[in-house]
Design a protein around this ligand. Structure first.
Ligand code: ADP
Ligand code: ASP
Ligand code: MG
Length: 424
């Protein structure tokens, strides 16, 4: 018998009927003799609604304080998970399953002090283990923990995945099952590219790149934790009929196992395509080409908490001036432009140009380490479709290409076909 953590996302607990369906999945595993802890998200759309309410509150005036107090933000936006964890515990009890709900602070899930985007530092699973081995199902509110200031902290959007993987590590679970609205990790977002294929297995490294580069099926931090703690993580659908699944065999339902490289027999060169919209491009024209210039540009941006991503700098022809292009999240564009404007003298550039509607499309695959020519086929395929490339970055296992947002679908589908990822 195994110890399992089962996580259900927002669409899986979107209404009472779906919560009952989730309870049937949990009951199935429990009846098969497994020890079970469950992590739930808020009902679909609930967290967005809570965040919007916070954003509509009046600002603190006359200070440089953030628009709202992050500790109060956390207290509000964490409430959606409190509701679903309680409802699921009641649904389970009504089916004769011994169940109890838990909020982050009650376990406790200890985080750092970064309210709004906190990192889990420690989970003491001993009490939960005792209860689980006594047959009780623990239903844990995802997305939340308690910070050193003893207040609720949330883990960043999509953070229930991270709660689940961290809990799986904390209770030494045999597997962490992430139940969602698709039946696994696909070669690209199946909602945009219907020819996407489900992957039977994907390495931790590739999944980390896919998530970091825009595939929101798992929160980035959850994959990092799974990799560090070796948590076997299985992404699967909550919409399968609970009665049609054989719980004695974890590999029986369709899904995607995230695992080590040596567990994958046939490694493809390219595993998947991801995309991240909401990228903005900034170009500084006629920047003086001298030592210290990158520090003069990116130092003030870092101080202003602007996250710079892709950077392209030309070597100047005569050693005097050059152009520098880089990307920032579209939401940070205004702040970045203001920062650059106020540092204009110390940097020494002629004009700054920007484009707020860019997308970063990425090709990911561990096989790239040992195959040449992967990048050039991407460039040729995009050129054949008349798509202009604005910037490129590469690492050992990925190529990222910046293009105009209007071409997102075309670029993703084109690259998906070029690397032979379309389903038969
Ligand atoms: P949950 O509410 O269960 O956490 P999310 O909406 O956060 O679910 O994540 C699931 C969604 O991720 C899917 O509906 C799908 O559109 C999207 N997605 C993006 N890229 C991929 C991919 N490569 N494979 C599977 N799903 C993906
Ligand atoms: N409810 C939170 C969100 O929408 C956490 C999650 O769903 O994982 O971001
Ligand atoms: Mg999610």
């Amino acid at each position: 018998m195994a110890r399992l953590v089962m996580k259900f996302g927002g669409t899986s607990v979107a209404d009472l009927e779906r919560i009952y369906n989730v309870a049937r999945h949990v009951k199935r595993e429990h009846e098969a003799g497994h020890e079970v802890a469950v992590v739930v998200s808020a009902m679909a759309g609930k967290t967005n609604e809570l965040v919007n309410w916070v954003n509509q509150m009046p600002q603190v005036t006359g200070t440089n304080a953030p628009i709202f107090d992050a500790r109060e933000y956390d207290s509000i936006v964490a409430s959606g998970e409190q509701v679903t964890s309680g409802l699921l515990a009641i649904a389970l009890q009504s089916m004769g399953v011994d169940a109890r709900s838990w909020l982050g602070w009650q376990i406790p899930v200890k985080t750092d002090n970064a309210h709004g985007a906190a990192r889990i530092e420690d989970i003491d699973g001993s009490d939960l283990i005792k209860r689980m081995s006594g047959g009780q199902v623990a239903v844990v509110a995802g997305f939340q923990g308690v910070a050193p200031d003893n207040r609720i902290a949330t883990l960043g959007r999509g953070g229930s995945d991270t709660s689940a993987v961290a809990l799986a590590a904390g209770v030494k679970a045999d597997r962490c099952d992430i139940y969602t609205d698709v039946d696994g990790v696909y070669t690209t977002d199946p909602r945009m590219t219907p020819s996407a294929r489900r992957l039977e297995r994907i390495t931790f490294e590739e999944m980390l790149e896919m998530a970091s580069l825009g595939a929101k099926v798992l929160q980035v931090r959850s994959v990092e934790l799974a990799m560090v703690h070796g948590v076997r993580t299985f992404v699967r659908s909550s919409f399968d009929d609970p009665d049609s699944i054989d719980s004695s065999n974890g590999a029986n339902p369709p899904g995607t196992l995230i695992c080590n490289e040596d567990e994958i027999l046939e490694q493809q060169t390219v595993t998947g395509i991801a995309y991240a919209k909401d990228e903005a491009q900034i170009s500084l024209r006629r920047v003086s080409d001298k030592p210290g210039i990158a520090a003069a540009v990116f130092g003030p941006l870092a101080t202003a908490h602007v996250n710079v991503d892709m950077i392209v700098q030309n070597v100047s022809e005569d050693g005097s001036v050059t152009d520098m292009t880089f990307t920032v999240p579209a939401g940070d564009l205004d702040r970045a432009l203001k920062t650059l404007e106020s540092s204009k003298e110390s940097i020494g550039y002629e004009v700054v140009q920007s484009d707020p509607e860019m997308v970063k499309v990425s090709v990911i695959g561990i096989g790239m380490r040992s195959h040449a020519g992967v990048a050039s086929s991407a460039f040729q395929a995009l050129a054949d479709k008349g798509i202009n490339i604005r910037a490129i970055t590469t690492s050992e296992i990925k190529i990222s290409i910046l293009i105009d947002q209007d071409y997102t679908e075309l670029a993703v589908r084109t690259l998906h076909s070029v690397y032979g990822l379309d389903k038969d």
